[in-house]
Design a protein around this ligand. Structure first.
Ligand SMILES: *Cc1c(COP(=O)(O)O)cnc(C)c1O
Length: 952
């Protein structure tokens, strides 16, 4: 072999050079600024030697983008997508192409962050408010939230809400025998650690005797039956219990709303409003509640408030961050939810409007009614007379045979048990499908058209909907494709997402979501697989999942990985359940204390509470590290009851603690397990492995480190990774018994977005992943070094080096000048940037994480903005600007506010709009002035305001 290979030299540069922003020349300049000769030198100082991996990652050689797509095509080709009439809470649906391409496949929507900065999030907040309005209307309840993770976990959240909000002291929660089986399974997982007793009951004859704090009714049931639950609700209320209805949104366009029937809480999935199966997700669950319960609701709630000019503006209500995640007083650990999918579902309703939804529902129902009539004509017994879309047929001893025969015809049916087959119709059902089903049942000679004329609807008269819904103009104004396209564009343009500028959020890793990674998720072979399709239809998926589990185990140094948790919070819960089950298997039932450092992310303590543990807080020293003497004291005090410690590594302060291996040893010696929160894995990949430096279990956030986009606040995937001794206690399959139950409705959680992370690892390879981590560390140190002359940088490790993020401290500045972190964050909007993370983990500070994807020009543009803002602060300090009326306090400035005839401020309009020259080209204009948070919480409005609200 010779060294000379012109063809090799001319091949495309590896994908890693596209993913990583800075070039070699940029890197040289950054190293010079930081004062190191090489990246290796910097990393050797930053990352403690004790945790460094000696070996490179054992991963397949990096693939090119074309190669990765070809391999994904081959995997996709091994999935099969017959017509799916399985039902069980998942129904086929058409994603309108205008929504698919301009929303789901559009980085303007999918790369946005959670709307904590409401001024630059008005577009997605409006879309979420539409979602809330839609859900509140359809369920007939007063207030709806902005999405939960899936129907089963929403049911669990409703159960715990009922327990804390109700009057009854009983530990019993009654569950409808006709509830979805995965809902029952997740309820069981969630109930047990909290001491809640589940009682399954056939509710057709009313509520069984006895005390209870709540009851869940499935409406319609898993077997299709549509039942009026008014009597059950009355009986429950008479005993001081709350009523949860798990309801199908499409059915609700035809049948009476759960709120009208007496439900206090409604939950369910919005999947069939335009969101594909994706082998189980992601899909947005919903929750709505009656007046009086809204302040207890888990998840995010969008509300209306006023901006600085007195105009209506949207923001997240009732929370500085997530108010239900109140550490040890937490009532839920939901953080990342399903924003992108909730937005799709809301747009589906906006596009179809109430009449369109009703037509889709009627068509679905008629297919089911005609299907049942045909089966009856052929002598097949139909179990329920009243149903919406699902027909349950009784075929004693023949069910498996019928299901197999249907598959021969290209149709999946549900094998309910040996004697029963379930058939669910949906938006896409056709006469052809009905004929195939009849044939599978051995029914012939049915003439569909004749039956259609002769068959009455199967909706019970008492339940036919009389209450209206979706009267707001937004559900009537965007019916043509042009109008829809422009509505989507108008909302998108109001927001800052990664397609516009860097989003320097500490702890959230807003890196590139590459187009090649995103493309496969809308391929029909990935999007079209039902979560409970026979395993043989998902071979491609199962191989992809196996690859990703193996690769993540290699990256983290653990032995086994489950991809089931559909957010980081759920991964934490699953990891703690594994620890709990392990102690119990060893006969150590009393181990229930979870040590958590005071700097931890709020979800940690919340998850511990959900897993039935007692939280004991460990102090941090002034450098932000775990205070080891305090840790030792707490271990001593709780030695016999110690279950676990949960630490974030690198710490939430962005520092690699030198003592991590000692912390692991101390906890192990006392018989506890070590949970390392892996949300900051972007500082470790390729350099160190938590499973190798002493931890027993971690969750990762694929929506942070592994390129799944944030979607405006979800979807996410939070895999849980464990060492071998905990492998048996990973989350189980919803339909199988195991030592630990499922934490999500679908066996593989949000499988539909796993191709993104698969493609990332496949295209980066071991070297690329390591290079990304090294660049993330270099970029953070570059920013820290450039900002340090202007703002104090908090918490550094050895030689003043930080990890992958840095914290700048504004507390002294605020004291001296009155300029707050809020002022700086809002002023950054005028400069075209999303603010860094505000006041977490330390109040009065900003946490900045540049990620490896931002190039040097963008990092410098951000530094320039921060330096210019510091100069503005200086002018406030020196009296050059008024303390109360200056460009910082006035930020953000809308075009309208600057174009007003009257301009009474002591600073100029030009200073407000164009503080740096580069803004003259393509400036982002905030759509609203600064939003009054307190006003919105005092005057809570969580559905679309009437149009008059916008009039002067
Ligand atoms: C993001 C994050 C979490 C929670 O993850 P979600 O997916 O939002 O539930 C937990 N811990 C840390 C340190 C995080 O940054």
């Amino acid at each position: 072999m010779t060294d000379r290979s012109p063809l090799r030299d001319l091949s495309a540069p590896p994908f890693a050079t596209r993913h990583i922003g800075p070039s070699d020349a940029d890197r040289a300049r950054m190293l010079e600024a930081v004062g190191y000769d090489s990246v290796a030198d910097l990393v050797a100082v930053a990352v403690p030697g004790a945790i460094r991996s000696a070996e490179p990652l054992d991963l397949p050689e990096a693939a090119s983008e074309e190669q990765a797509i070809a391999e994904l095509r081959a995997l996709a080709a091994r999935n099969r997508t017959p017509v799916s009439m399985i039902g069980l809470g998942y129904h086929d649906t058409v994603t309108p192409a205008v929504i698919r391409r301009n929303l789901l496949e559009n980085p303007g929507w999918y790369t946005a962050y959670t709307p904590y900065q409401p001024e630059i999030s008005q577009g997605r907040l409006e879309a979420l408010l539409n979602f809330q309005t839609m859900v509140a209307d359809l369920t007939g309840l007063d207030v709806a939230g902005a999405s939960l993770l899936d129907e089963a976990t929403a049911a669990a959240e409703a159960m715990t809400l009922a327990r804390r909000a109700g009057r009854a002291k009983s530990p019993v929660f009654v569950v409808d025998a006709d509830a979805l089986p995965q809902t029952k399974a997740v309820l069981a997982t969630r109930a047990e650690p909290l001491g809640i007793e589940l009682a399954e009951a056939d509710l057709s004859a009313g509520l069984p005797d006895g005390e209870l704090f709540g009851v869940l009714v499935q409406y319609p049931g898993a077997g299709g039956r549509l039942k009026d639950f008014r009597a059950v609700a009355e009986q429950a209320h008479a005993r001081g219990a709350l009523v949860v209805a798990a309801a199908d949104l499409l059915a609700l366009t035809l049948v009476e709303a759960p709120g009208t029937l007496g439900a206090d809480i409604a939950i369910g999935s919005s999947q069939r409003f335009g969101v594909s199966f994706g082998f189980g997700g992601p899909h947005a669950a919903y929750m709505s509640v009656r007046e009086g319960l809204q302040r207890q609701m888990p998840g995010r709630l969008v509300g209306v408030s006023l901006d600085g000019d007195g105009r209506p503006a949207y923001r997240l209500a009732l929370q500085t961050r997530e108010q239900h995640i109140r550490r040890e007083k937490a009532t839920s650990n939901i953080c990342t939810a399903q924003v992108l999918l909730a937005v799709i579902a809301s747009m589906y309703a906006v596009y179809h409007g109430p009449e369109g939804l009703r037509r889709i529902a009627q068509r679905t129902h008629r297919h089911a009614a005609v299907l049942a009539a045909g089966l009856r004509e052929g002598g097949v017994e139909i179990v329920h007379d009243d149903f919406f879309d699902t027909v349950l047929a009784r075929v004693p001893g023949r069910a498996a045979e019928v299901v197999a025969a249907a598959l021969e015809q290209g149709v999946n049916l549900r094998l309910a048990d040996a004697d029963h087959v379930g058939v669910s119709c949906d938006e896409k059902t056709t006469g052809e499908h009905l004929r195939a089903v009849w044939e599978a049942f051995g029914v012939s000679g049915v003439v569909l058209e004749d039956l259609d004329t002769a068959t009455a609807d199967a909706l019970p008269a008492a339940l036919v909907r009389t209450t209206g819904y979706l009267a707001h103009p937004v559900f009537h104004s965007h019916r043509s494709e042009t109008a829809m396209l422009r509505y989507l564009r108008r909302l998108q343009d109001k927001d800052i997402a990664l397609d516009r500028s860097m989003i320097p959020l500490g702890s959230c890793t807003m890196k590139l979501n590459a187009t090649t990674e995103m493309e496969p998720i809308t391929w029909p072979e990935f999007a079209g697989v039902h979560p409970y399709a026979p395993a043989g239809q998902a071979e491609g998926y199962l191989e992809l999942i196996g690859d990703l589990e193996r690769w993540l185990a290699e990256v983290t140094g653990y032995d086994a990985v489950s991809l089931q948790p559909n957010a980081g919070s759920q991964g934490e819960f699953a990891g703690l359940l594994a620890i709990r089950a392990y102690h119990r298997a060893n006969g150590e039932h009393e181990r229930d204390v979870c040590l958590i450092p005071s700097s931890a992310h709020g979800t940690n303590a919340a998850s511990a509470v959900m897993a039935g543990m007692r939280v004991v807080v460990v102090a941090c020293d002034e450098d932000g590290n775990v205070d080891v003497p305090d840790l030792k004291a707490k271990i001593d005090k709780h030695r016999d009851r110690l279950a676990a410690i949960m630490v974030t590594y690198p710490s939430t302060h962005g520092v690699y603690e030198e003592t991590i291996t000692e912390i692991c040893e101390l906890v192990h010696q006392a018989g506890g397990q070590v949970y390392v929160d892996g949300a900051n894995l972007n500082a470790l990949v390729g350099l160190a492995k938590p499973g190798a430096f002493g931890a027993d279990v971690s969750h990762l956030n694929l929506h942070k480190t592994f390129c799944i986009p944030h979607g405006g606040g979800g979807p996410g995937v939070g895999p849980v990774a464990v060492r071998a001794h905990l492998a048996a206690y990973l989350p189980g399959h919803p339909f199988e018994d195991g030592p630990v139950g499922p934490v999500s409705a679908a066996p593989h959680g949000s499988a539909g977005i796993l191709p993104i992370s698969w493609a990332y690892v496949r295209m980066m390879g071991a070297e690329g992943l390591k290079a990304a981590t090294e660049q993330a560390i270099l970029s953070a140190n570059y920013l820290a070094r450039r900002l340090a002359p202007h703002y104090p940088v908090l918490y550094t490790g050895r030689e003043g080096v930080v990890a992958h993020e840095c914290i700048i401290d504004l507390r002294q500045i605020t004291k001296e000048t009155g300029v707050t972190v809020d002022d700086v964050a809002k002023r950054l909007i005028d400069y075209g940037f999303h603010a860094p993370t505000m006041s977490f983990p330390v109040a009065g500070t900003l946490m900045i994480e540049p990620t490896e994807s931002e190039d040097l020009a963008e990092l410098d543009r951000f530094v320039d903005a921060m330096v210019a803002i510091r100069e503005e602060i200086g002018k406030v300090a020196s009296g050059g600007y008024d303390r109360d009326d200056n460009p910082l306090r006035g930020a953000p400035h809308t075009a309208e506010s600057l174009l007003a005839t009257e301009w009474s401020h002591p600073y100029t309009r030009e200073e407000a709009a164009y503080p740096v020259a580069s803004l003259r080209d393509g400036k982002y204009w905030s759509p609203v002035r600064r939003i009054d948070q307190a006003y919105g919480d005092r005057n809570l409005v969580c559905s679309c305001p009437p149009l008059e609200a916008y009039e002067d």
